[in-house]
Design a protein around this ligand. Sequence first.
Ligand code: C5P
Length: 402
Amino acid sequence: MQGKRVLLIVSGGIAAIKIPETIRRIREQGAAVRCVLTEGGAQFVTPLSLSALSEDKVYTDIFSLTDEHEMGHINLSRDADVLMVAPASADIMAKMAAGMASDLATTVLLATDKPVICAPAMNVRMWEHPATQANIQTLKARGVTFVGPEEGDMACGEYGMGRTSEPAELVAALRDFFSDVPKPLEGRHAVVTSGPTHEPIDPVRYIANRSSGKQGHAIAAALAKLGCRTTLVTGPTVLPDPAGCDVIHIESARDMLAAVEKALPADIAVCAAAVADWRTADAPGQKIKKQPDSAPPALSMVENPDILATLSAAGNKRPTLVIGFAAETDDVIANARSKRDRKGCDWIVANDVSPATGTFAGDDNTVHLITGDGEETWPRMSKADVATQLVARIAATFEAAE
Ligand code: C5P
């Protein structure tokens, strides 16, 4: 971290008492620290102690003419290599999500063009509140990354999720940020589909499937980690949006296809979604009423577009590498091989989803990779590890072609 500059935004919460120690440790690593302190933060830690430890002025007031003359809120954010909000209160994250600029800290956060890391700290109920969770999803979708919170005893006497990470963890997050992890997919664009689709029967009912989206989301996260600009088009899941991806939420197969086509051009397409094969021929605009003494309605189905096959045959818009998934319950490899031919994609990741394997909704997966060169069986591993390995293979393929 030698020579790097960290702008530390300290908001209100008892966890602010961890910040002087954090500053000391960041500086031990060779980075410079400059602090912005909110009014709430100043209730827990004094500007003087932050200034003494950072050996710099501490910025608190947006209306201070001297500060604005010397530095200005725009420069304050642009002069840093990274912004870390620690502790990040529920309040400051809500303001960030809403785009508010009501004090110096939030103005700097709105004006910045630099990466932002948040270290949330709050009471467990505040953390679990749907408003806070929704704000976090919004921030993640915009590329804000998070360190913590952790589970543990809280200053308020309760126990649960919401403790800020310790200074060592905060410094480790910055070290990771500055580490020279190779980004072999920088400059590439990937489109990933994930999750199930919901096909409407009427405005209140739909047909769905058991896909959790865990594998597709893990692949999107792994691509983004290697520097790939990643557009994730996902059906309804309970998963948080993965960090660093542009996430588009859709419901039906037709919406998914439209979102994927809009996201093109792409170098890579990974179709991990469990797209419904059929939808009802026509979903009426009103709820279908249960009529006394009449037979249940008959659903007439029509075929959905095949997104993987459409992408594979997209002519000059075809991504260079198109990867499909094959969820099979028997003859896994043979079925996957013929699926690869039928759909016209380059690779197929085949997995056994027979109920005994627990693959659907589970955290592990056993996959076979079918390429033009043959097939491989990978050992059972977590879906996150499948994603890391698959993305490493994608990166190696592009490197070999250069
Ligand atoms: O035909 P099947 O559903 O078994 O093929 C699975 C593969 O095709 C997956 O990669 C899935 O994402 C993709 N697919 C698709 N659009 C569909 C059906 C499947 O992209 N309508």
